[in-house]
Design a protein. Structure first.
Length: 394
């Protein structure tokens, strides 16, 4: 049984145990790793994530025929035992927040669909996933996009990738309390296998960029965990918005290096640093897309080193152990690939894009780091996969 078959079996069994009948259908939505363009999405710029072979799977089917009111019943198989990790709420009237995060993802998706005028048929679902939680690999976006797709499929809404992404983002913004941008949800909804997704976060136009076949994507999990909602993520977003306002632009997307330099003395130093990260990071996205397509690992090494440094110093979202690991891996790779912090930061993962042969050097560097680290890091190779889709069972 492969990884996905095991997840499907788990969702199917969970559904059966929770509701006493077989589910009728399944959908899946992947997590993502961002290759470049960090903390750029909510500034309306370009980003370059790719979907990875870790995902959320939802088994679903009709509601209990004897239920008095139209409800949505959900069981989240990774969030506790079968009795505690359940939710049930009425689909008519205003949707109210639940007691915890995962319930609010489900309720938030139904609320967001309502905002677009979509009414759902009563349904039941069981959710299972293998995207590591809190690692910066978008377990939340995978969850939200899978939920939106399950609802769309079951109620025949026919939502396309952009709408699935928007619905999942609204759920997080309005019900989960995270002011995230649209990158993770778009990567989960719209990615193409073997490609990264060059996404314009202002227009949502996107272009799949082929990943050169000599390259490998390695994600190095530091084991350090964060919670997006509680972290300084919302604060960083607010700082970027304050910088854009002070610069007189709608978003930092509309600011370039010369404009920022001219305003240096009038901007609060912390806002200047945040804007400097965003403006320089935006300049790295297209060159990384080119390097990814052509397999130019020297270029990847330089650009990803600069990106990490900027996240650590100007945007202040790294931690000393993460900087140390990035340095060790970067030194081991030399020109054979690049490495940097990926995702929101404050913990989580590094991503390395390197030649296939260089993966042994990454493992050696991680072993050297682990020899003195409080928490061991772990490297895994991921494949770039397609975005969310119904699962056709043979
Ligand atoms: C989190 C958010 C995204 C994005 C990244 C940082 O993953 O959900 O919208 O802002 O952080 O690039």
């Amino acid at each position: 049984m492969d990884r996905r078959d095991r997840l499907i079996a788990r969702a199917r069994q969970g559904y059966r145990l929770a509701y006493g009948v077989e589910p009728t259908r399944f959908v899946a939505a992947p997590g993502r790793v961002n290759l470049i363009g960090e903390h750029v999405d909510y500034n309306d710029g370009f980003v370059l994530p790719c979907a990875i072979d870790r995902e959320a799977i939802i088994a679903f089917g009709p509601a209990d025929k004897n239920a008095k009111n139209p409800t949505l019943d959900a069981v989240a198989l990774d969030m506790g035992d079968m009795a505690s990790a359940r939710d049930s709420f009425e689909l008519t009237g205003a949707i109210r927040p639940g007691q915890n995060n995962w319930q609010n993802h489900v309720r938030g998706v139904v609320h967001a669909l309502g905002r677009y005028g979509h009414q759902l048929r009563p349904m039941r679902m069981a959710i299972a996933g293998d995207v590591p939680i809190g690692a910066g690999l978008s377990s939340s976006a995978a969850f939200g996009v899978a939920l939106a797709l399950a609802c769309s499929e079951y109620s025949g809404l026919g939502l396309g990738p952009e709408m699935l992404a928007k619905v999942a983002q609204i759920a997080e913004n309005d019900f989960v309390g995270c002011a995230c941008g649209i990158m993770d949800q778009m990567a989960s909804a719209a990615s193409v296998a073997g490609h990264a997704l060059l996404l314009d976060c202002r227009t949502l136009e996107h272009l799949p960029i082929p990943i050169h076949r000599g390259l490998r994507i390695t994600v190095i999990d530091t084991g350090l965990r964060r919670s997006l909602t509680e972290s300084a993520f919302n604060e960083r977003r607010a700082e970027c918005e304050a910088a854009a306002k002070a610069l007189g632009v709608a978003a930092l997307r509309d600011c370039d290096a010369a404009m920022l330099d001219a305003a240096r003395d009038s901007l609060e130093p912390v806002l200047y640093c945040r804007a400097l990260h965003v403006v320089t990071e935006m300049g790295r996205v297209e060159p990384v897309a080119v390097a990814l397509a052509t397999g130019d690992t020297r270029m990847l090494a330089d650009l990803m080193r600069e990106a990490h440094l900027s996240l650590s110093t100007n945007f202040d979202v790294s931690l000393p152990p993460i900087d140390r690991l990035a340095r060790l891996v970067g030194e081991a790779l030399e020109d054979a690939g690049g490495v940097r912090l990926t995702g929101a930061g404050f913990g989580g993962c590094l991503v390395a894009v390197s030649t296939k042969d260089a993966t042994a050097a990454i493992d050696d560097a991680v072993a050297r780091y682990n020899a003195d680290a409080d928490l061991p890091a772990r490297a895994d190779m991921f494949s770039p996969v397609s975005g969310a889709a119904p699962i056709a069972l043979g």
